[in-house]
Design a binder for this molecule. Structure first.
Ligand code: 5GP
Ligand code: ZN
Length: 111
């Protein structure tokens, strides 16, 4: 199965890494929507937030620990975390990822 973000995790597709451990990889978005925009993904292929189960949910909690740690290291206190699930919601890569956006005013509701 070919998956862009699995290829980024394996290093087959290059990326600008922010953070990595045995479970999680984080890298800057290629098309940033804010002055700071990076993605946090589980190394395990989970298709979307809609595919989280009791068996794989621990890595989701770990993603949020990483988000808290990396934003702290970058000196960011105000940020938005987004996970688009499904085409209508704007998901374009079917591997679970959390957008972390910061550095500008955010509007609500999102478009
Ligand atoms: P989605 O649209 O699924 O919520 O988010 C996918 C994100 O992946 C988009 O913000 C898009 O800019 C980013 N993206 C797509 N291809 C690449 C790539 O090859 N490298 C990086 N770093 N980001 C990518
Ligand atoms: Zn994948």
């Amino acid at each position: 199965m070919s998956c862009l973000f699995c290829s980024i995790v394996s290093g087959d597709v290059p990326s600008n890494k922010v953070y990595e451990d045995e479970l999680v990889y984080a890298f800057y978005d290629i098309d940033p929507q804010a002055p700071v925009h990076f993605l946090v993904i589980p190394k395990e292929h989970i298709p979307s937030a809609g595919a989280v189960t009791p068996e794989n949910s621990a890595v989701v909690a770990h993603c949020f620990e990483v988000i808290a740690q990396v934003t702290k290291e970058l000196g960011i206190t105000d940020f938005r975390v987004v996970s688009n699930c499904g085409l209508q919601a704007g998901q374009s890569v079917p591997h679970l990822h959390f957008h972390v956006l910061a550095g500008r005013d955010m509007t609500w509701p999102p478009g």
